[in-house]
Design a protein around this ligand. Sequence first.
Ligand code: FAD
Length: 242
Amino acid sequence: MGAGTVRIVAVGPGDPESVPAAALAALSAAGRPGAARWLNELLWRDFYIHILAHFPAVARQSFRPATRAVGWRNDPAEFDAWRAGQTGYPVVDAAMRQLAASGWMHNRVRMIVASFLVKDLLIDWRWGERWFMRQLVDGDPAANNGGWQWAAGTGTDAAPYFRVFNPVTQGRKFDPDGVYVRRWLPELAAVPTATIHAPWQLSAAQQRAAGCVLGRDYPTPIVDHALARERALAAYRAGATV
Ligand SMILES: Cc1cc2nc3c(=O)[nH]c(=O)nc-3n(C[C@H](O)[C@H](O)[C@H](O)COP(=O)(O)OP(=O)(O)OC[C@H]3O[C@@H](n4cnc5c(N)ncnc54)[C@H](O)[C@@H]3O)c2cc1C
C-alpha cells in the first residue's frame, strides 16, 4: 500500500468510527487476510488524533514528564547531515533521500531515521518532527507527533528509552540485498551486498574497486553507533526526573 492510500485515508470524508468498521467489513467479505492488520494501523491513527485532542501540550513537549529533561546535543551540522542523507549509515541516508525526493517513506524507515536522530545524534525529537511535517506528503500533526514521541521514548505508548535501533542490523534485516539502499544511494551501487549496510568495513582497495571511497564518494559515519548508544542511554538516565 503506497502513498496514494495515505492521502485518501488522511483527507477522505467520513465518520471516524464508521469508516474503519466499514472498511474492515468490506475487506473481510472480499477474503482479504490483511484486513484486521490494516484496521489496526487505522486505530493507531485515531489513537494519536485522540491523544493530541485531549493532551494538546504534546505538540510542544514530551507526553511523559519524566522524559522532559533530556540534555539534547542539538548539533546543527549533524542535523544538516541527517536531513541531507549524509550520515554515513546507508539505510538512514537512503530513507532521508527518498523523503527529500518523494515526500514519503515507509513506516519502518521512519522509525529507523527517527531513532537515529534522537538517540544516535541526541537531537530533540521536535526538530525531526518539524522537518517531517515540512517534507511528508502525508504529514499529519497527530500521527507525526505520535510517531516521533514513540521513537524518542517520550510518548504515551513509547518504546522504552533504552531501545535504540541499530541502523546496520535494521538495514540487514529489512533490506537484506541492499536493493533499497542502492536505489537511493547510487554511489553505493557497486558495493558488495555483504557490506552494503556497513561500507566502512571495506578495505581501501575494495572501496576503490567499488568506486566508493569513504570521505570522497560517501561519508564516513558521523557517529560510532555503539558509542552513541551509550551516550544516549546516559543522557536519558541523567534527564530522568522520576
Ligand atoms: C517518526 C514517524 C513519523 C510519522 N509521521 C506520520 C505522519 O506525518 N502522517 C501519517 O499519516 N503517519 C505518520 N507515521 C505513521 C506511519 O509511518 C504512516 O502512517 C505509514 O507509513 C503509512 O503507510 P501505509 O499507507 O502503508 O499505512 P498502512 O500500514 O497501510 O496503514 C493504513 C493507514 O493507517 C494509518 N497509520 C498506520 N500506521 C500508523 C501509525 N504508526 N501512526 C498513525 N497512523 C498510522 C495511516 O493513516 C495509514 O495510511 C509516522 C511514523 C513515524 C515512526
